[in-house]
Design a protein around this ligand. Sequence first.
Ligand SMILES: Nc1ncnc2c1ncn2[C@@H]1O[C@H](COP(=O)(O)OP(=O)(O)OP(=O)(O)O)[C@@H](O)[C@H]1O
Ligand SMILES: [Mg+2]
Length: 241
Amino acid sequence: MSLNPIDPREVVVADRLSGVSRIVGVTGSKGGIGKSVVASTLALALADRGIRVGLFDLDFTSPSDHVVLGVDRSFPDEEFGIDPHRVHGIDMMSVAFFAGDAPVPMRGDAATSALLELLAITSWGDVDVLILDMPPGLGDTNLDVIRLLPRLEFMLVGNGSRVVIESVRRALHLFAELNVPMVGLLENMRRGERNSVSDLAVEYAVPFLGSIPYDPTLEDALGNVERLRDTDVYRSIPTLG
Ligand SMILES: Nc1ncnc2c1ncn2[C@@H]1O[C@H](COP(=O)(O)OP(=O)(O)OP(=O)(O)O)[C@@H](O)[C@H]1O
Ligand SMILES: [Mg+2]
């Protein structure tokens, strides 16, 4: 999975990200397990600690981070590239800033091209941690970022439900096969005591990053960072050491 020498954007990407120290993709093999909530809250928690953080919503069909953080979808400024929006101390980029309410259906090559375009034009500047909010599943965009961003590390979000745990195992298997560095495995929406997610972390020798409980107050806190800071999600988010 090497770079494509005839697409100059692939070469430009490394340059655009040269001021970024760490790239962490928040991913999950299943939809709806809290990747966007975790990515956005992690960005907020890091920014609150004075860390320079970027947040890049790579879910082109259903971007959500602007909803979690209560961000207006105004068009980004442009000079020598596109400047991320500065929100709550976070540098943030999302296709939602370009598309508004319009749906952005894409498949295969179109999704890869959109990803490349955004990576090639966004001016992140100096950032300690760039967090990527990944779309659900293990499809195009996940495989593309693995190929295009050699410094990428994944934070895998799962939960202990039997319908999730199998797909978490598949994801761990794939990332091990592709040698993707892992920040670790994070359990979200924990309801009971038994923790099969941590068992999987042990089995695949990746760090277990802890459990975020199911927090019924989260829904009302979405879009309001003051209230978000007062949720169990914010209190339990792992802050990358
Ligand atoms: N710890 C939690 N407690 C309560 N609700 C949660 C928690 N984490 C996430 N949710 C809720 O679960 C739903 C799905 O969350 P989110 O959109 O972050 O998942 P996702 O994995 O990003 O989904 P998608 O695969 O569509 O991108 C949202 O309604 C969110 O508010
Ligand atoms: Mg999401």
